[in-house]
Design a protein around this ligand. Structure first.
Ligand code: ATP
Ligand code: MG
Length: 392
């Protein structure tokens, strides 16, 4: 029996003139992701993307895992394909479906006939397939209203597809359909989650990490590279920029009131981030800030931070509790790496009493003690860029 994956992408994308644009983005993304599981044909027809193994070496289970991480796919059916012949369909239903019905008590059969030349209409087809399943699993009962499992036969142009219902896809919008954003990626828990959430809405990511060598180590940077690589499971590719803040931090410590230290640093970060974003055609900055989580994330502090940028800042975690962020981090697989105990530049020279309600004018007065523009120019010159890709 030949098994394939049918990827469905939902109503939203089907609408309007963008449809083939979206479909092409999805196909491109799926091809890159599943090729790590073998040689597959990835094609589309009738609002469905077909992933079909070309040979015996293909790992369909693995391809399914990869396809589940492609944004824009709403559900995936793992199906067996047979010729459009009722006897072949019944035989395949008997042989293939029982594995998905283990432990279930009730089921129903459903049928869709997009190839109208098929002689049986949907209700008859349902009955035939339901009957075949009952022969194979006599203990099952049919429940049309509230079945535990719905088995389905789809008569399509290319053949008859039999499966036991949809596996949830990643949802969201196809990557690249919403433009590009710059993620401020620290080594913590929140920023990878923020990147994931915005990428899910169709935004291609670039990332920017600030290091503070030698106060932060080479291993801290490698951890951030690993986080970027983990995000590539969802985005395929991330350009990671790294800028050193060492000199800025030393200057802040030398010249400014310690209580304003973190806030001032954040204003430098945002200014540098905006510059990286503009030069790389990113239309927004993305951070992992969550309201009131720490002193630099109070409303007043965010106001003072935002005042340093002239570009939208997306903060998808702003209304989430730490626990909620952690549960997303676990789901997307970044949590274990995020909690590795390496230092971050924000934790170097942390003030003992950071201002939680800073007045902007006081912040600006502190900032004026240094040559902001010159320090930014100098920090920008330390920029290094790495291309991080999903492993082939
Ligand atoms: P995270 O868990 O993402 O590190 P956090 O709770 O530790 O967040 P902060 O350290 O205050 O919070 O940072 C807030 C946001 O600023 C981060 O989510 C990230 O987007 C950005 N940021 C902080 N440190 C860095 C860094 N070293 N490089 C790049 N961005 C950073
Ligand atoms: Mg942090």
């Amino acid at each position: 029996m030949k098994e394939v994956l049918l990827c469905k992408y939902g109503e939203l994308i089907l609408k309007g003139a963008n449809r083939s644009y979206f479909e092409n983005l999805l196909i491109k993304e799926l091809r890159t992701r599943v090729k790590r599981a073998g040689d597959f044909d990835v094609t589309y027809a009738q609002s469905t993307i077909y992933i079909e193994p070309k040979n015996e070496d293909c790992d369909l289970e693995l391809a399914l895992e990869y396809a589940k991480k492609v944004f824009g796919i709403v559900s995936i059916d793992r199906a067996v394909v047979v010729e459009k012949d009722i006897d072949a369909i019944k035989a395949a239903a008997k042989e293939y479906l029982p594995q998905f019905l283990v432990g279930a008590r009730t089921f129903k059969a459903d049928a869709r006939r997009s190839d109208k030349s098929f002689p049986l209409k949907s209700p008859e087809l349902m009955r035939e397939v339901g009957g075949a399943v009952l022969e194979a699993c006599p203990r099952l009962k049919v429940d049309v209203n509230n079945p535990e499992v719905t088995v389905r036969v789809e008569i399509r142009e290319r053949g008859a597809y039999i499966h036991a219902g949809g596996i949830k896809g990643a949802g969201g919008m196809p990557l690249g359909s919403s433009g590009k954003g710059l993620l401020l990626l620290s080594g913590g828990i929140d920023s990878p989650v923020a990147g994931y959430m915005i990428a899910k809405r169709g935004v291609t990511l670039e990332a920017l990490h600030f290091e503070s060598f030698p106060y932060t180590s080479e291993r801290a940077k490698e951890k951030v590279m690993e986080l970027a690589r983990l995000l590539c499971e969802y985005t395929t590719h991330i350009k990671l920029h790294v800028i050193s803040l060492t000199h800025i931090q030393e200057e802040l410590r030398r010249a400014c009131d310690e209580d304003y230290f973190t806030l001032l640093l954040r204003r430098y970060m945002m200014t540098l981030a905006e510059r990286v974003a503009r030069r790389n055609h990113c239309h927004a900055l993305i951070t992992g800030e969550s309201l009131a989580q720490v002193a630099s994330q109070t409303m007043k502090a965010i106001e003072a931070t935002d005042n340093a940028v002239n570009m939208p800042v997306y903060r998808p975690c702003i209304g989430l509790d730490k626990e909620e962020i952690v549960s997303i981090a676990r789901k997307i697989g970044t949590f274990e790496t995020s909690i590795l105990p390496y230092e971050d530049c924000c934790t170097v020279f942390t003030p003992r009493h950071p201002k939680t309600r800073p007045e902007l004018e006081n912040v600006l007065a502190e900032e004026a003690k240094l040559d902001f523009a010159a320090l930014c120019d100098e920090a920008y010159d330390t920029l290094n860029t790495y291309n991080i890709r999903i492993e082939d």
